[in-house]
Design a protein around this ligand. Structure first.
Ligand code: HEC
Length: 190
């Protein structure tokens, strides 16, 4: 800053070639460093992407919108299936399906069979559903259970994410033709 010099003249325009203020230079260096760190975090070290952030926020807002709902959650029949963004994201996602399979084997196979063929609980591999076979309907059945019929409510036990993983896995069982299938219950669905 001290080297105040004579103006430089170019094409008749005079300008000083003063040193930039130190704070400005540091600010500039900081932005460059910040960009490098931010890019590494976002693209290399698994920071949350904007897609993931979007899915998380939509799920949060839908959870909020669901809270006091005058239909209540008792009526499982005839409910429009309402798939949340988070549920849709889990559908077909290999990680979710694999995680769902683990959770299923531990918690569900005693009543639904290791291959979903049905024992105490209904067959989950056929196209017959008592409470609806759309992802949103299956999510609701697993979350809230059917207590009077012996199907526990799993959301309080496993949490929402594991329930979504279970839905992702259960959907893959459809049409898998396991051994010793239990007779169909409920209504056929396409
Ligand atoms: C204690 C036994 C039991 C366990 C454990 C159990 N279920 Fe069930 N489940 C049932 C019964 C019984 C029904 C049938 C309810 C009815 O008749 O309305 C059922 C119904 C269901 C349905 C609806 C099927 C339809 O036709 O609509 C789904 C989906 C389901 N269970 C998934 C699961 C999952 C996933 C788990 C593990 C987290 C699980 N169940 C654990 C007993 C059980």
């Amino acid at each position: 800053m001290s080297n105040q010099v004579r103006p430089v003249t170019a094409d008749g325009i005079e300008e000083f070639d003063n040193a930039l203020p130190r704070w400005w230079v540091w600010l500039f260096k900081f932005t460059v460093l910040f960009a490098v760190v931010y890019m590494a975090w976002g693209h290399v070290f698994g920071g949350e992407s904007i897609q993931q952030e979007y899915v998380r926020e939509v799920a949060a807002s839908e959870k909020f919108a669901e809270l006091p709902d005058n239909e209540g959650h008792e009526n499982h029949h005839g409910h429009e299936s309402d798939e949340s963004a988070a549920l849709l994201a889990a559908m077909g996602d290999q990680k979710s399906i694999a995680a769902g399979k683990d959770v299923y084997t531990t918690n569900c196979s005693p009543c639904h069979g290791s291959g979903g063929e049905g024992t105490v609980g209904p067959n989950l591999t056929d196209k017959f559903w008592i409470h609806g076979g759309k992802p949103g309907q299956i999510e609701r059945t697993i979350s809230d259970g059917v207590l009077e019929k012996g199907m526990p409510a799993w959301k309080p036990i496993l949490g929402e994410e594991k329930v979504r993983q279970l839905v992702a896995y259960v959907i893959t069982l459809k049409g898998s033709n396991p051994q010793n299938p239990k007779a169909p219950q409920g209504n056929p669905e396409p």
